[in-house]
Design a protein around this ligand. Structure first.
Ligand code: AMP
Length: 390
């Protein structure tokens, strides 16, 4: 893919940006964009969305409604996305009217595990051992090659551990194959990792690159639970991860933000778990802790402006607030507000459901350990059942 630099005109404040998708990532992007004087239009199949509540215009249309997508794109100067499972035809229809950044080509790769892992391994980048599974017999063969335990994942539409099945013995195969819908999947060797880290990075059309260092991530039920920045990983591994992320953004010619998630193996080797071609949950702390947040960085990159300084003011930790926190009723927001170094973010979602990302807390402190302790304490305080008032 070649970039025609002469045609790359900056999109300046006052212009309108289109966001495909309408979740919390789009909401925080819209907040950053509106702060800099841009207007924001969002398109998704939903109404009263986290992004729509903050955007200037919320368009309620399916991603397959290509006429609506073309109309949406014709009213904006650049289209970006906050949700990578937008069909390729949607990105192509939008691109008839406005530049789409990152490009539809990147979406196409990152929304399909098999394409993504094949791209990474062909590019010589370290990726978890995997096999393409297209039939039940492929599964038996691949499991004998990779060994057990292993994880069977749907090739498309997977995130937060959705569509994943843990295989520990051949008796699990049939069930897992039926559960992925007997369709294209990926079998991955189970990685007995030491730690999970991510690198959130940005790249402009001219090749300028910036990153937020290695963030340490802890998952619960395969959903991100806690992020700690800087991650408690040795500097050599952190800088190696940054160089791998740089190579990914270069090879994909990303214009925008992309997150690379890694497993740090017990022997110190890094393996890429997956890519997200947009701001990422593990970069939410940058909203409060860094000179330029990942959302402003996405804005700057897709608008053809220079990247901002990623300087982090203090160590930070982020704790997700899933719908589970609502189990005993409305959480105690006053408790969160009573801790001065903790910032509360809620995404405007009306219905809490277990596992649904409703918001997050970020704590800033002198050390990563203190930030982690503070954010966990804050989450405990908001979710602890309140004493009944007599
Ligand atoms: P994913 O949606 O593929 O990022 O998976 C969600 C989480 O499941 C990861 O962050 C890991 O904690 C875990 N996981 C996924 N794949 C593997 C693997 N091959 N080996 C060990 N754990 C994994």
């Amino acid at each position: 893919m070649t970039i025609n630099r002469s045609r790359f005109q900056p999109v300046l404040p006052g212009s309108t940006i289109g966001v495909l998708g309408s979740g919390q990532l789009g909401r925080m992007f819209a907040i950053a964009a509106r702060r800099m004087g841009y207007r924001v239009h969002t398109l998704s199949p939903d109404e009263d969305t986290p992004t729509g509540q903050v955007a200037d215009v919320e368009i309620n249309a399916g991603y397959n409604d290509l006429d609506a997508v073309r109309k949406f794109a014709s009213a904006v100067s650049v289209v970006t996305f906050e949700f990578e499972n937008v069909p390729a035809a949607t990105a192509a229809a939008a691109a008839e009217y406005a530049p789409v950044r990152p490009s539809g080509h990147i979406l196409h790769i990152a929304q399909h595990r098999l394409r993504e892992k094949t791209f990474l391994s062909e590019a010589g980048l370290p990726v978890t051992r995997f096999r393409a599974i297209r039939s039940r017999s492929d599964l038996t063969l691949a499991a004998s090659e990779l060994g057990l335990p292993a994880i069977l994942k749907t090739a498309d539409f997977g995130y937060d551990g959705k569509g994943q099945f843990h295989l520990t013995s051949p008796s699990d195969f049939e069930n897992a194959w039926q559960n992925v819908g007997a369709r294209e999947a990926v079998l991955e060797a189970f990685v007995d990792f030491d730690l999970e880290i991510s690198i959130v990075a940005a790249r402009t059309h001219s090749g300028e690159f910036a990153h937020y260092g290695a963030v340490e991530n802890h998952h619960r039920n395969r959903i991100l639970d806690l992020s700690i920045a800087p991650g408690r990983v040795c500097p050599k591994i952190a800088s190696e991860a940054v160089e791998i992320a740089r190579a990914v953004l270069e090879k994909l010619e990303v214009v925008g933000v992309l997150c690379v998630e890694f497993f740090v193996c017990k022997d110190g080797r890094l393996l890429i778990n997956e890519l997200a071609p947009r701001p990422h949950n593990s970069g939410h702390f940058t909203f409060d802790a860094n000179l330029t947040s990942q959302f402003e960085q996405q804005l700057r990159a897709v608008c053809g402006l220079g990247l901002g300084d990623t300087k982090q003011f203090t160590p930070a930790a982020m704790a997700n607030l899933l719908g589970d926190v609502w189990a005993d009723g409305e959480p105690d927001w006053a408790a969160a507000a009573s801790i001065p170094d903790v910032k509360l973010h809620l995404y405007g979602k009306v219905t809490p459901r277990p596992g649904r990302k409703m918001g997050h807390l970020t704590a800033l402190a002198a050390t990563p350990e203190q930030a982690l302790a503070d954010v966990e304490r804050a989450r405990h305080l908001v979710s602890a059942p309140r004493l009944a008032v007599s």
